[in-house]
Design a protein around this ligand. Structure first.
Ligand code: KIV
Ligand code: ZN
Length: 391
């Protein structure tokens, strides 16, 4: 069976940048946009042009710079927003306008004090209006995760009739369970006329830690675009992490779904976004965290030294990490100490390793981690009783 493509829509520069403290200037955005293009994303959501002159300028400059990806600008279902986005995107070789409106009861009642009929009317008008400027119009049904499926289907059908090319089904509040989100996508596929002619997109937030699982459930059930950010940055608990969904699809080839991401750039791109946004990544973050390929317990280290696959499902080189790390702690065993000693130049006999290990434990019990400098000190002590060979 041929692999089907899942498009990667990166919104680091829009949904990701909305986070307090993560604001980027145009120059920083251009550097990231260029890297995202190189990474192989299909769409770059560059900003929300009507929101500020600075954001307009960023979208405009990114539109001029990006060579391969579509460049997208967000709007509300408001004519002025759409006109401004079209203007900002005018130099893009593949422009996309992303317009939409809240569809859940809560949004209709509390945000708009409106009705379902009025929301459908505004959705249709927004998509039709955007079509005057660009061919590629993505419609989002904000809070689709908490919108009743029958009403959501009606809105989506009208958006398609009005010319939408992509239907975005956001789980804006990160509420859905994977099964529920997948069932929503399946329901839309089965109940919306014309849906076979458009791309369904997953846009999942991580409030319950389910953004990646929900996006994967979405594509398993027929969506063909995932909206995500580098390192999962985004409002509150963040958006779906790009590196996670890309590697899930890669590690599970039987799903027959692939992306065009150059995975070897993932780690470096993660570092770039951390640095530019001033937003650190937790050490245990999947794929790009400092500990993602680090092993510290004796049992695991022994396994990894014998064969990496015993405790690693991804070859670190595939995501641009040079090698797995063997971290020396009080939980490490002799195999790990011998391995690290060899790396810094010492070839130990069994007896020397036994002596070295006892000294190592004294160091390890006093500090969180034993580093190369400590290994040299340990070897100095061992060499007082036995001459060590150079590795
Ligand atoms: O989370 C969301 O619903 C959004 C939309 C504006 C696409 O970011
Ligand atoms: Zn969002």
């Amino acid at each position: 069976m041929n692999n089907e493509k899942v498009e990667i829509f990166d919104t680091t520069l829009r949904d990701g940048e909305q986070v307090p403290g993560c604001k980027l200037d145009t120059h920083q955005k251009l550097i990231i946009a260029e890297r995202l293009d190189e990474l192989g994303v299909d769409v770059i959501e560059a900003g929300f042009p009507v929101s500020s002159p600075g954001d307009f300028n960023s979208v405009n400059e990114i539109a001029k710079l990006v060579k391969n990806a579509s460049v997208c600008g967000l709007t509300r279902a408001v004519k002025k927003d759409i006109e401004v986005a079209a203007e900002a995107l005018k130099y893009a070789s593949k422009p996309r306008i992303h317009t939409g409106i809240g569809t859940s009861d809560s949004h209709i009642k509390y945000k708009f004090n409106s009705s379902q009929e009025e929301v459908i009317k505004r959705a249709k008008e927004a998509v039709s209006y955007a079509k005057n400027f660009v061919d590629d119009v993505e419609f989002y049904a904000e809070d689709a995760g908490r919108t009743a499926n029958d009403f959501l289907a009606k809105v989506c059908e009208e958006a398609i009739k009005s010319g939408a090319t992509v239907l975005n089904i956001p789980d804006t509040t990160g509420y859905c369970l994977p099964e529920e989100y997948g069932a929503k996508i399946k329901y839309l596929k089965e109940h919306v006329k014309g849906i076979e002619n458009v791309t369904i997109s997953c846009h999942c937030h991580n409030d319950l830690g389910l953004a990646t699982a929900n996006s994967i459930s979405g594509v398993v059930n027929g969506a063909r675009q995932i909206e995500c950010t580098i390192n999962g940055v985004g409002e509150r608990a963040g958006n779906t992490a790009l590196e996670e969904v890309v590697m899930v699809l890669r590690q599970h080839p039987y799903l027959n779904l692939q992306t065009s991401i150059n995975t070897q750039l993932l780690y470096d791109t993660s570092l770039m976004v951390r640095e530019k946004m001033g937003m650190p990544v937790q050490p245990n973050k999947a794929i790009v965290g400092a500990n993602a390929f680090a092993h510290s317990s004796g049992i695991h280290q022994d396994g990894v030294i014998k064969n990496r696959q015993t405790y690693e499902i991804i070859n670190p080189e595939e995501v641009g990490v040079t090698e797995s790390a063997i971290i020396l702690t009080a939980r490490s065993g002799r195999a790990a100490l011998a391995y690290r000693a060899k790396k810094v130049g010492y070839e130990l006999t069994k007896l020397q390793l036994d002596i070295a290990y006892q000294t190592f434990l004294l160091f390890a019990d006093k500090q969180k981690e034993v580093i190369d400098e400590d290994i040299h000190k340990i070897m100095k002590q061992v060499s007082k009783v036995s001459k060590i060979a150079v590795a």
